[in-house]
Design a protein around this ligand. Structure first.
Ligand code: MG
Length: 374
C-alpha cells in the first residue's frame, strides 16, 4: 500500500522492528514479509484441518480455521483500505490470529486449559504468539518467525496482567492501559464479523440451525425479508447467501461509519494518540446490540446444539486422555517433544497437543489407547 494513502494515525512502518535484527526486505514491505512468513509456516497449513465449529470430517463445505482466517483477512483488508489503515499489517494479523488454536475449536481449548490448570494454564491467544515467537522451527538465525512488534502486538488480543508482565514489550500495553494500533483493533472486529456470519451460513447448511430460529434476530430477518421481497422465487441456498452477504455489508458499513466518527471526535494525530485514546474501531450502539442478539442465538441454538455438544464431549475426552497419558509417561512422546526437565514437561506436552489437527489428535488417541493399533 502506498505510504501517501495511509492516514497519519495508521501504522506506517514498523517502529519497534523485529526481536532479531534483519536487513530490510526488498520489493515488499516489512508487514508483507510478515504475512509471507505466516503463510509459509507449518502452523498455517495445519489450520486447514482444525475445527471452527464443525469438525473437519463432518463435511467438506464447512469453514475450517484456515478458510475462517482468510475471510477475516478479506474483511479486514477491505475496511483498512477505506479507513486509510495499513492493509498489509491487518492482513498479517488476521492470517496469524488463530495459529495457536487447539484441535476441536473451543472445546479443545477449554480441555487443554483445564489440563494445564496447575501449570500456568492454556490460552489460544497467547499460544498464537508462542507459535510465531518460539515454536516454528524454520529459520537458521532464530526460532519462530521473528515478526515485527506491530504484528505480534495485534496477535495478542488480550492477556492477564501476570502473563503481560512476563511477555516484555508486547505485554506492556496491558499493564499501562494503552490500546493497540487501529490495525490490531480492526483485525479483532473483522474476526467477529467473519465468524458470526459464516456460522449462520454453516449452521443453516448443516441443518442444526433453521431460518425459523433466526427470525427473532433483527440483523438476519431484516435482510432476509429484503431478499425475499426482491427475489420471491429464489432457491433457499441463494436466499441464505444473499442474506449473509447483506449482513456482512451492513456490519462493515456500520463499522466504517462509526470508526470514522470516533476518529473525528478524538482526532488522533499519530499512532501514539491512538494508543492513549479509548478503542476507536467499533460498531454503533445499535449495531452492537443487533450483533449481540445474533451471537446469543448462535450460542443457544448452534454452539449448544446436542450434536455439537456430543462432538465437544468427545474432543474434551481425547485431549485430556492424551495429556494424562503423556504426563504419566513422557517416553510415549515423539523424540522432539521429550522434555529435558520435569519443569518443562507440561508446557511441551501442551505445545504438542495444541499443534495437532483434529484428525491427527483422533489418530494419536487411537495409537495410544487402542490395543489393536501399533
Ligand atoms: Mg478467529
Amino acid at each position: 500500500m502506498a505510504e501517501e494513502s495511509l492516514a497519519p494515525y495508521a501504522v506506517r512502518a514498523s517502529l519497534r522492528g523485529r526481536r532479531i535484527n534483519e536487513s530490510a526486505p526488498t520489493g515488499r514491505s516489512e508487514f508483507q514479509r510478515d504475512r509471507d512468513r505466516i503463510i509459509h509456516s507449518a502452523a498455517f497449513r495445519r489450520l486447514e484441518y482444525k475445527t471452527q465449529v464443525f469438525v473437519n470430517h463432518e463435511g467438506d463445505l464447512f469453514r475450517t480455521r484456515l478458510t475462517h482466517s482468510i475471510e477475516v483477512a478479506q474483511i479486514g483488508r477491505s475496511i483498512a483500505r477505506r479507513l486509510g489503515l495499513n492493509e498489509d499489517l491487518v492482513e498479517a494479523i488476521s492470517l496469524a490470529h488463530d495459529l495457536g488454536h487447539t484441535p476441536f475449536g473451543h472445546a479443545g481449548q477449554e480441555a487443554l486449559n483445564e489440563c494445564m490448570k496447575e501449570h500456568g494454564g492454556f490460552e489460544h491467544n497467547l499460544q498464537s504468539l508462542r507459535v510465531v515467537d518460539v515454536l516454528e522451527e524454520k529459520y537458521a538465525a532464530f526460532d519462530g518467525l521473528n515478526l515485527c512488534f506491530e504484528t505480534r502486538e495485534g496477535i495478542l488480543k488480550h492477556c492477564s496482567p501476570s502473563n503481560a508482565a512476563e511477555l516484555g514489550e508486547v505485554g506492556e500495553r496491558f499493564l499501562n492501559d494503552l490500546r493497540p494500533s487501529l490495525e490490531a483493533q480492526l483485525a479483532n472486529l473483522a474476526d467477529e464479523i467473519a465468524y458470526n456470519n459464516h456460522d449462520v451460513d454453516d449452521g443453516l447448511r448443516s441443518g442444526l440451525l433453521t431460518l425459523d430460529q433466526l427470525s427473532s434476530v433483527r440483523l438476519f430477518s431484516e435482510h432476509l425479508n429484503e431478499v425475499r421481497k426482491a427475489f420471491p422465487n429464489l432457491a433457499e441456498r441463494r436466499v441464505v447467501h444473499e442474506t449473509v452477504r447483506r449482513m456482512i455489508n451492513a456490519l462493515v458499513t456500520d463499522l466504517i461509519e462509526q470508526t470514522e466518527a470516533n476518529i473525528k471526535r478524538n482526532s488522533p494525530k499519530s499512532l501514539e494518540d491512538v494508543r492513549a485514546a479509548p478503542p476507536l474501531v467499533a460498531f454503533s450502539p445499535e449495531m452492537y446490540e443487533k450483533n449481540r442478539e445474533l451471537k446469543s442465538v448462535l450460542r443457544t441454538q448452534l454452539y449448544r446444539h446436542y450434536r455439537v455438544m456430543r462432538m465437544s464431549a468427545k474432543a474434551r475426552r481425547i485431549i485430556s486422555d492424551l495429556f494424562r497419558a503423556f504426563m504419566d509417561d513422557s517416553r510415549l512422546l515423539p523424540p522432539q517433544f521429550i522434555p529435558q526437565s520435569e519443569q518443562s514437561k507440561s508446557r511441551l506436552i501442551s505445545d504438542y497437543i495444541a499443534g495437532m489437527t483434529d484428525r491427527y489428535a483422533i489418530r494419536e488417541h487411537r495409537r495410544i489407547f487402542a490395543v489393536e493399533e501399533i
